[in-house]
Design a protein around this ligand. Structure first.
Ligand code: FES
Length: 107
């Protein structure tokens, strides 16, 4: 199990323990984390799973690199350099303790 921390816009942190191999979007949806909808089911086609990766973790998650993710992020609100689509972050042991901040709104 890997621990992921989701930080809501009000500062509240929701910590979940999830199995490896699923995405950070699926981990949020399965654990009812508010603010991540995952409307497209993880196909990088809706941008309702926008998160900000805590700067301390960006080396491990990487930045948005695929053309599909980058172009979909253009539809997200207030995109920053550390913006990712949570459905494109696959949970592994390396991400144990990952901190993802949620935007004020998804769309
Ligand atoms: Fe739709 Fe991530 S769930 S873009």
């Amino acid at each position: 199990m890997t621990t992921i921390n989701y930080v809501e816009p009000d500062g509240q942190t929701i910590t979940v323990n999830v199995e490896n191999g699923i995405s950070a979007m699926e981990a949020a949806v399965r654990n009812n984390v508010p603010g991540i909808d995952g409307d497209c089911g993880g196909a990088a086609a809706c941008a309702t799973c926008h998160v900000y990766v805590d700067p301390a973790w960006i080396a491990k998650t990487g930045t948005a690199s695929s053309d599909m993710e980058k172009s979909m992020l253009e539809f997200a609100e207030e995109v920053q350099d550390n913006s990712r689509l949570a459905c494109q972050i696959s949970i592994t042991d390396d991400l144990d303790g990952l901190v993802l901040k949620l935007p004020e709104k998804q769309h």
